[in-house]
Every structure is written in structure tokens, then in C-alpha cells.
Ligand binder design. Structure first.
Ligand code: ATP
Length: 618
């Protein structure tokens, strides 16, 4: 069995389980809808009966002209009332079954969306790094809605169509078994074809949805990196990529429509053939005295209507197939278990960390066959600063990600205050380690929201953090100060300003341990100087792991670790390394070259100042 087939099957059973959960949770609404559906079926079955009774009791066998007696009038009145009653039951049952089903559908959409989104939040970076965003968004939005429709429309229609078919068969059978047999001759045939096509439609719908997910991913990526697209002039390339996926989606969509249309046509033809047969044979039955003319009216009316529920079943079955394809996609996300778990041994949250960080023989692999870190051992004393330098791809950011517990090491361990980080509650670790990346991501909302992100909202504390981060002056010049609404991704602010907001955000959390991942890279000298003011305040008294390409910045740390190919090749006080024939010294020399387009303005002879005093540079 292929892996994709196995995954499909796993998705299939998971989606059935998921469906059962929601059916069980909303059984009251579904039971109410089922009761209404039974009433609706009764009304549908009763619809031709007033006419049958009128023909058999009032009209039949009385010749061309006849007088109505008093009991006839009473019966006529009764029949009129019956017609009204049937219509009333029909209307009420339709209302309640549709309302209850729709309400259950809406609630299920809400619960499923919340559950899926919450699960996506819990899934680790390893999961998110391997999944296109747009596809996940499509699952949380479109796919979830389709599952709601399954409840709101498909299940009700299928149940009522099935019941009506059964009822029609029973009544027709009681009237004339032979006619019932003829009228329902087509049904097994249709069920067999429905099942056959349902499978095909589900498969095509899955492909269709996969293409839609790809389109959403590509569009999300390209639209959120529009400046790269413009810079490289790749508008038509991006357009072509989406166009070709859309064309594939079109082919799948047309194929689904073709199969569905074929279904409808087949059902219509078979339904008419059955009606013609029943009419002919029915008249023979009336002539033979086996059934009354009224009975024939009922049977023909049923046969005439027979194809409506059958068509409903065919149509809804393909809808259900599509909804199940989408449910599979949701179930697949919900079944993903790529997350960091608290070990059962994690006790209650300890107090604030003292700030000692140790990496003990840490090996880490993003993918099984390549160790990005290989036996890394490092130790950072409380309140001290460790700079990690090395060539691009050496594994520096990975060290930071492991300390922040974005990932767990493949082998070895990360110790905080001497205890394995995996033995501590994940939320505690996140509270202890503040992370500042090269580019601070801001969310849509006000400056205030962005600084208080993840911390209790307190305007005074936010202002204080902004002052310490050196962000206060520019924030107060914004049109609405702290209440200025930022565009998506912090649009309207410079890189340095975003970074200072990022520093204020970390300050709000007041973590004892910091991971600063190239916090000033990409900034001009002026912005860098301003960001340094904030960084120096941030680093005060905190254990700081500073990942940087800037040797000048690295020299401000208490110790420097040089990484190469995932191994620590040097680890010492910066001055000691500079006095030796070390890689750090060589890197230092390279950066001390006169600044050309490749940059590198820091001098080897630049005096060493602690990070907390670097602000003085500005
Ligand atoms: P830079 O200075 O360029 O930021 P770095 O030293 O910080 O580089 P890392 O980002 O830690 O290096 O990456 C180390 C190696 O791990 C690189 O070869 C990179 O290709 C690989 N890597 C990083 N992230 C992932 C990921 N999510 N999946 C697979 N491989 C990854």
C-alpha cells in the first residue's frame, strides 16, 4: 500500500470519527430535525391522497353528471381541510428541519473552525515550517464551511429523500406490489451508479481542493512579499504560476460538473421511463379491477415524484463526497501531532528562572539525514552575555530556537537553571526566554496592542517599555500616538522603529533570558544606534544569547562562541580569542577591511564595551 493511500485512509477514518463526535454533540438538534423530517415525509406521502379520496369516494362510478349529497359535502369539506392540514404540516416540518439543521451546521462550523485554529496554534514550528500558509488558511475557512453545509443541507436532504423513497415504496406496495416493483425497478440501478460516481467525485474534489490550497498558498506568499515580486519584476511569473494551478483546478471542476450533470440526466430519463411504465401497467390494473382509479393517481403521482428524491440523493451524495474530501483535510490537521509536549513529569510552574542556560552535547536535525548542530556544549552564566558568531548556515539561529524551545534537541539537552527544559512546562519556558529576531513582526492593530502583545494590557507599563526601548520619541510623533493603527506587518514604520517596538514588546514580558537573533542586521547606522539604546536597556541584568554577524557587536559580549558546520570551534572571552590565531580574529580582520559595498566597518582595535554600555556609541 502506498504512503499516500495509507495517509488517505488514516484521514478517512479520522474524518469519520470527527463526524461522529459532532453528530453526538449536536444530537438534540439533529434528532429534532429527524422528527421534523419524518413529519415532512408523512406530508409528502399524504399529498396525493385527498385527490385519490375525491376520485374514489365522490367522483368514481357516478357517470358524467351527478348530484352531491349532504355526506358528500361533508367529505368534500373534510378533504379541503385535509389539503390544508397537509400543507400546514409540510410548512412547519420544512421550517423546523431546515432551521435545526442550519443551526447545527452553523454551530459545527464555529466549533470546528475554533478547534482547527487552536490546534494549528499548538502545532510546533516544525509543522508550520513544512506547510504552506495559504493551504492552512483554506482549511480553516473554506473547508470548515463545506463541512457545515454537510449538516445544514446534505444530511437533511439525504435523510428526507431516503425516507420519502421508503414511504413511497411501502404505500405503493400496499396498493399494488406489482406496480411498486415496476416503479422502483430503477432505484437499485441508481444507487449502484451513485456509489460508483460518488467515489470518483470525492477523488476529483480532493484534487480540486488541493489545487485551491496551492493557489491560496502561492497568492498569500506573493501578495505578502509584493516588494520582492516588484523588485525582481516577476509579476507575470507569479501570474503564470497561479494561472496554471487555476487551469488545473478548472479541469477538475469541469469534470466534477460533467459527472454531476450526467447523473441528473440519467436520473431524469430513468424516472420518466418508470412513470411511463407505471401509467401503462396501472391503467391495465384499473381495467382488471385490481386497483381503483384513485390508487392509480397515487401511484402515478409517487412515480412522478420518485425521481425528485432520487435526484436529491444523487446530487447530495456528490456534495457529501466533496464535503468528506474537505473533512478529510481538516481531520488531517487535527490528527497532526507535530507539537512539543509537556512531559508528564513537568510539575507546577517554578518561580522565575535564575538565568543559567546550558547546552549539553546538543545535536539537532530539521530533517533526518542532516545534523544542523552536532554535539554542541555551551554554558551561559546568569546575567552574562554570550555572542554566537559563524558563517551563514553554521547553525547560530538554530541554537537560539532550541533555547527558546521552538524545537527540542534530537539528542542532548538544554538546561535552564540546571534542569532539562523538557521537564519544565512549555509555557514557563516561553515566559523565561524573550526572543528578538532580525525583523520584528508586527500585527494589524495599534502600537499599544503590538507592544502589549502577549502581556497584560497596561498603558503605563507600555509607555515605560517604549521609553526604555527608545521608541517613545517616534511613537509620540505618530498621528494618534500609542493608539495609531498600524498597517499589516507594521506598515508605516521603518525597520529600526519596528525593531524598537519589538524591544519594548520583549521588555513588557521582562524575561530573565534573552535570545537576540541578529537584532540590528539590515539597519542603517543611525537606526542601529537607536536600536542599540533599547538593546542595552533590554540586556541589563539578563542572560543574553546574541546571535550576530557583527564582530564589533560580538566583542561587547562576555564570551564568544564561534560555530562552524554545527560545531563549536571556539568559545572564550573575546580578548583571548583576538589575541590568538583564531577564526574569530580572522573574521574580525575581514570586517575591519575598508567598508566597500560588502560592508564591514568594525575595527579590530575598537575598544570592548559591554552590550549594556553600547548605547553610549550613539
Ligand atoms: P544565518 O547566519 O544565515 O542566519 P545560521 O548560522 O543562523 O545562518 P541556521 O539558520 O541555524 O544558520 O541554519 C542552520 C542550517 O539549518 C542551515 O543549513 C539551514 O539550511 C538549515 N535549516 C534552518 N532552518 C531549517 C528548517 N526549518 N528546515 C530544514 N533546514 C533548516
Amino acid at each position: 500500500m502506498t504512503r499516500s493511500r495509507r495517509r488517505q485512509q488514516r484521514g478517512g477514518t479520522a474524518s469519520t470519527r470527527l463526524l461522529k463526535t459532532y453528530v453526538a454533540r449536536h444530537w438534540r438538534a439533529l434528532a429534532g430535525a429527524a422528527a421534523s423530517t419524518v413529519a415532512l415525509t408523512a406530508a409528502e406521502l399524504a399529498a396525493p391522497w385527498p385527490l385519490k379520496l375525491a376520485i374514489d369516494q365522490l367522483i368514481g362510478g357516478r357517470g358524467a353528471r351527478f348530484e352531491l349529497t349532504a355526506p358528500d359535502y361533508a367529505l368534500l369539506l373534510g378533504l379541503g381541510a385535509l389539503v390544508l392540514l397537509i400543507a400546514l404540516v409540510d410548512a412547519l416540518a420544512t421550517f423546523y428541519s431546515s432551521f435545526w439543521l442550519n443551526r447545527a451546521g452553523e454551530r459545527i462550523v464555529h466549533e470546528l473552525r475554533v478547534a482547527t485554529y487552536a490546534h494549528l496554534q499548538r502545532l510546533s514550528l516544525a509543522f508550520h515550517a513544512s506547510r504552506p500558509k495559504g493551504d492552512l488558511v483554506a482549511r480553516v475557512t473554506g473547508d470548515v464551511n463545506a463541512v457545515g453545509d454537510l449538516f445544514a443541507q446534505t444530511i437533511g436532504t439525504l435523510a428526507s429523500a431516503g425516507l420519502i423513497l421508503l414511504g413511497m415504496f411501502t404505500v405503493t406496495f400496499l396498493i399494488d406490489p406489482f406496480l411498486a416493483f415496476v416503479a422502483f425497478l430503477v432505484t437499485p440501478l441508481l444507487f449502484a451508479t451513485t456509489l460508483h460516481y460518488q467515489r470518483r467525485i470525492k477523488l476529483m474534489a480532493r484534487q480540486q481542493r488541493a489545487r485551491e490550497g496551492e493557489i491560496a498558498s502561492m497568492a498569500t506568499e506573493a501578495l505578502s512579499a509584493m516588494h520582492v515580486v516588484k523588485a525582481f519584476g516577476t509579476e507575470s511569473f507569479e501570474q503564470d504560476r497561479v494561472q496554471s494551478r487555476s487551469a488545473e483546478r478548472l479541469v477538475a471542476g469541469v469534470e466534477v460538473s460533467r459527472v454531476e450533470a450526467r447523473f441528473s440526466a440519467l436520473v431524469d430519463v430513468l424516472g420518466s421511463a418508470a412513470t411511463a411504465l407505471v401509467l401503462g401497467l396501472g391503467v391495465l390494473s384499473v381495467a382488471g379491477g385490481r386497483i381503483s382509479p384513485g390508487d392509480l393517481v397515487v401511484v402515478v403521482a409517487y412515480t412522478n415524484r420518485l425521481y425528485r428524491p432520487l435526484r436529491d440523493i444523487a446530487k447530495q451524495a456528490s456534495r457529501a463526497a466533496r464535503a468528506f474530501a474537505r473533512l478529510d483535510r481538516i481531520a488531517e490537521v487535527l490528527a497532526s501531532d507535530v507539537m512539543l509536549h509537556d512531559r508528564p513529569s513537568s510539575g507546577p510552574s517554578p518561580a522565575r528562572s535564575g538565568g543559567r542556560v546550558q547546552l549539553v552535547d546538543v545535536t539537532f536535525r530539521y530533517v533526518p539525514d542532516r545534523a544542523v548542530l552536532d554535539g554542541v556544549t555551551l554554558s551561559v552564566e546568569p546575567g552574562s552575555q554570550l555572542a554566537i558568531v559563524g558563517e551563514s548556515g553554521a547553525g547560530k539561529s538554530t541554537v537560539g530556537a532550541l533555547v527558546a524551545r521552538f524545537y527540542d534537541p534530537t539528542a542532548g539537552s538544554i538546561l535552564l537553571d540546571g534542569r532539562d527544559a523538557r521537564d519544565m512546562p512549555l509555557s514557563w519556558v516561553r515566559d523565561q526566554v524573550g526572543v528578538l529576531l532580525q525583523d520584528t513582526i508586527l500585527f494589524s492593530g495599534t502600537v499599544l496592542d503590538n507592544i502589549a502583545y502577549g502581556s497584560p494590557m497596561d498603558l503605563d507599563a507600555v509607555e515605560e517599555a517604549a521609553r526604555a526601548a527608545g521608541a517613545f520619541p517616534f511613537i509620540s510623533q505618530l498621528p494618534d500616538g500609542f493608539h495609531t493603527v498600524l498597517g499589516p506587518g507594521g506598515l508605516g514604520l521603518s525597520g529600526g522603529q519596528r525593531q524598537r517596538i519589538g524591544i519594548a514588546r520583549v521588555l513588557m514580558r521582562n524575561p530573565p533570558i534573552l535570545v537576540l537573533d541578529e537584532p540590528t542586521t539590515g539597519l542603517d547606522a543611525d537606526s542601529e544606534a537607536k536600536v542599540m539604546v533599547g538593546l542595552s536597556r533590554l540586556a541589563e541584568g539578563r542572560t543574553t544569547i546574541l546571535i550576530t554577524h557583527s564582530i564589533a557587536l560580538a566583542r561587547t559580549a562576555d564570551r564568544v562562541a564561534v560555530l562552524a558546520d554545527g560545531r563549536v570551534i571556539e568559545h572564550d572571552v573575546p580578548e583571548v580569542l583576538l589575541d590568538q590565531d583564531s577564526v574569530f580574529r580572522r573574521l574580525s580582520r575581514v570586517q575591519a577591511q575598508p567598508a566597500g559595498i560588502t560592508g564591514g566597518a568594525a575595527s579590530i582595535r575598537a575598544p570592548r564595551r559591554p552590550l549594556s554600555r553600547l548605547a553610549e556609541r550613539s
